[in-house]
Design a protein around this ligand. Structure first.
Ligand code: SF4
Length: 538
């Protein structure tokens, strides 16, 4: 029975699917495994690969192409559209707005009531989905996905949406996050006769749906989601329905919006962040609640709580870094949170200075808050080159050191002779921060004081953020003064945990995950060994 899950994928709509691998992994170690020897995998790429899906020249071909390995990356952004005559184009616009959540692959699946088409490719959304490609995606419903990954091969393998023909019918799925109880669930399914092609999170979810004894698809999905643990914001699509769900702790954001249609049913939209609604002219309606499963059909929107009574632990790092400031997530505008972080930072660790300079782009809002609170001038003393991707070719270490200078350039006349407060959102390994501090000093700054708008990052994330191991996290291995010395700053201070939590509270109390700052993980256990491996390949 389980084998059927990945077989019945022939048909006209399938011809547009570039890849049917079922692995989902952005974790660096997992990505490395994918580069290993190929394992048997029956789902070969379609012979009819649309030409725009050829890997773009911007796509990394080997790990040495990564410009800046000292940044954290979000795994994915998801979008879903129900009830729009050109759903693919709407999904495209939504993904375009979510591009910051992943720039290495993207995909859109559409359904017209009878067929389900799916196109995925490497590169930016605008590079993959040209007019010609969007024409191949008919239907009033769509789901889309954009993701970050570490290497070219793994990014292509792991592109989503994944489309499978299950015992419960055709399903396309796209999700954001990482499951943490893969071992338990997988063993149980295997005991029940499941035959796994991969170790992917997505396959586990679909296998659970296929093996559920529930009578209806929606019951089967609710049943399946109640058996998995970890972080997942999911959108799913069948030939005639859209589903959206969040894990019971609400790690990753997922919001619902609506485009009013005076002549017929409204268009319902789901997106990882509300900034996607603005481009679609959709009105933000509400967050999908932690533990909620929403179903949209021709008859309207229905919802159920498939899980209750679990404390919410949304990812606070979404407010610090990942989400766009023009998004409203977890019931609060990201811009407000970041502004407050900067103000709080000034109150906690203000220092005599002449100018406040953000590390662009994510440090900008916090720097504005800091400058206002400290009554210091705010200046763009570092200019970011937006046209340098993270995939610039770096053949040698000598050139690799060039990376930060390719991306950022100091404005000498704003820095020369000044006592500068630099505002950034995190220090991961410390190497990038050191280059930036050197750059500012090299431009003539008299003093450089680095202020970080969150606490020290001391533990890796297992819930969908690509973090280095504890061994590589500088704050897990050095004191703050040792870090200051390493990055060559005159002073260094981080925002306190209490300060950060206060800055991210909206009108209603939100519980947050702060595990990367505390090492206290909100899930009962974290099966690192089960999270790390990924063996899916063609
Ligand atoms: S560990 Fe950190 S990055 Fe991961 S979900 Fe928790 S707060 Fe977010």
């Amino acid at each position: 029975m389980t084998r059927r899950l990945f077989q019945g994928v022939a048909g006209t709509a399938d011809d547009s699917e570039t890849l049917r691998a079922l692995s989902k992994s952005c974790h660096p170690e997992r990505a490395k495994r994918v580069e290993g020897p190929a394992v048997a995998f029956p789902l070969v790429p379609s012979p009819l690969v649309p030409s725009p899906l050829v890997p773009s020249p911007l796509v990394p071909q080997s790990p040495q192409f990564v410009v800046n390995g000292d940044e954290l990356h979000e795994e994915c952004g998801v979008i879903a559209i129900h009830g729009h005559p050109n759903a693919a184009r709407q999904a495209y616009l939504g993904l375009y707005a979510l591009q910051h959540r992943g720039q290495e692959s993207a995909g859109i699946a559409t359904a017209d009531g009878a067929h389900l088409a799916n196109i995925k490719g490497m590169g930016l959304v605008s590079e993959i989905f040209t007019d010609d490609v969007l024409e191949k995606l008919p239907g009033q419903m769509a789901i889309g996905h954009t993701r970050y990954s570490t290497t070219g091969d793994s990014a292509l393998l792991n592109a989503q949406p994944i489309r499978v023909d299950s015992t419960k019918g055709l399903i396309a799925i796209a999700h954001n996050g990482n499951l943490v109880n893969l071992g338990n669930v997988r063993s149980r399914l295997e005991r029940d006769g499941a035959y796994f092609q991969t170790t992917s999170d997505s396959e586990i979810i679909v296998q659970l749906i296929a093996h559920s004894h529930a009578g209806t698809l929606v019951d089967a999905i609710a049943d399946s989601l109640s058996h998995i643990d970890g972080a997942f914001s999911i959108v799913m699509m069948t030939r005639d329905r859209i589903f959206a769900a969040r894990d019971p702790r609400g790690f990753r954001p997922l919001s619902m919006g609506r485009i009013r249609n005076p002549n017929g049913p409204d268009t319902i939209v789901f997106a990882s962040e509300s900034c996607a609604f603005d481009l679609l002219r959709a009105k933000f309606e509400r967050d999908v609640l932690p533990g909620e499963l929403v179903m949209v059909t021709e008859d309207g929107v229905t919802s159920r709580q498939y899980s209750t009574g679990i404390e919410q632990t949304s990812c606070i790092f979404e407010h610090v870094y990942f989400a766009r400031p023009d998004s409203r997530i977890f019931g609060r505008w990201v811009q407000e949170s970041r502004d407050q972080m900067g103000r709080q930072l000034a109150r906690e660790s203000g220092v005599p200075a002449d100018v406040v300079v953000p590390v662009p782009d994510s440090g900008v809002t916090a720097a504005l808050g800091y400058a206002e609170e400290a009554r210091l001038p705010f200046r763009f003393g570092l200019i970011r080159n937006h046209y340098v991707g993270r995939t610039f070719i770096e053949p040698e270490q000598r050139v690799r050191d060039f990376g930060v200078r390719l991306k950022l350039n100091p404005v000498r006349n704003l820095l020369e002779g000044k006592r500068v407060v630099l505002i950034d959102d995190s220090i991961i390994r410390g190497t990038t921060s050191r280059k930036i501090v050197r750059m500012v000093r090299g431009a003539g700054a008299k003093e450089v004081h680095l202020r970080i708008s969150c606490p020290p990052t001391v533990s890796p994330c297992f819930y969908g953020v690509d973090t280095p191991s504890k061994r590589e996290l500088i704050a897990a291995n050095k004191s703050i003064d040792e870090i200051r010395s390493f990055i060559e700053a005159d002073s260094l201070a981080y925002l306190s945990l209490d300060g950060l939590l206060n800055c991210c509270q909206g009108e209603t109390h939100t519980g947050y995950c702060t595990a990367c700052y505390t090492g206290n993980y909100p899930t009962q256990w974290v099966d690192v060994d089960e999270i790390v491996p990924a063996t899916a390949t063609l």
